[in-house]
Design a binder for this molecule. Structure first.
Ligand code: FE
Length: 213
């Protein structure tokens, strides 16, 4: 199911409507595939898509395409708000800027990709830690599809202290100081934040995203 599946074919397989929530995790060990289910689901704020979204035709786990940067594994779990039951076969898109703050466009596809949730509601993307661009805090755009008409779009944020540490390293450190942190960002408003842990030579960022249907 995770091969080269055209997204329109995927969307034909999917059904349901959505409104999103995030399930917080309390005091349990982390399964390798994503967030654990736990009591205490809270609503995830919807966030603006931003001007850079482009459709993708291909599904892929590794979206790096050779862009330099700190390795980042993004592990997302899509689940029912309230019960935290995992939701399979949801198509999840992510896209973000590179270490220099540039998005792919004009036919380029780096740092963009789609994955379909497995039976446990999990998707993973291999990428690099995003850089920054003027006026915005560090973020990854994310969109989930449960059917051809139902989309939920949000942005995933990072701990500012971790971003500062990453940006002190190459190739991020050949730029000036970033202009905007989370609290100074006009869109952030306590948006969903990836839980970051060092893994290998980089980071793992995980988040549970709940759907209320
Ligand atoms: Fe953006």
């Amino acid at each position: 199911m995770h091969g080269d599946i055209d997204r329109r074919q995927l969307l034909g397989l999917l059904g349901g409507s959505l409104a999103f929530a995030a399930c917080t995790r309390r005091g349990r060990s982390e399964p390798s595939g994503g967030e654990s289910s736990a009591a205490g689901c809270t609503v995830t704020p919807s966030q603006t898509e931003g001007p850079y979204y482009v459709e993708l035709d291909k599904v892929r786990r590794d979206i790096t395409e050779g862009r330099p940067g700190m390795p980042l594994l993004v592990a997302l779990k899509v689940q029912e708000a309230g019960s935290c039951a995992p939701i399979a076969n949801a198509a999840v898109d992510v896209w973000h800027c590179d270490a220099s703050g540039d998005y792919s466009d004009g036919g380029a596809t780096f740092l963009r990709g789609t994955q379909v949730t497995d039976a446990d509601g999990n998707v993973e993307f291999l990428t690099v830690y995003p850089g920054w661009y003027p006026g915005r805090t560090v973020h990854i755009h994310a969109k989930a599809h449960l059917d051809s008409r139902s989309e939920f779009t949000t942005q995933l944020y990072f701990d500012d202290a971790v971003s500062d540490a990453v940006f002190a390293t190459a190739p991020y450190n050949d730029r000036g100081k970033r202009s905007t942190t989370n609290v100074r960002d006009s869109i952030y408003r306590s948006g969903p934040q990836l839980r970051l842990a060092k893994e290998g030579g980089g980071y793992r960022g995980s988040l549970a995203i709940g759907v209320k249907r």
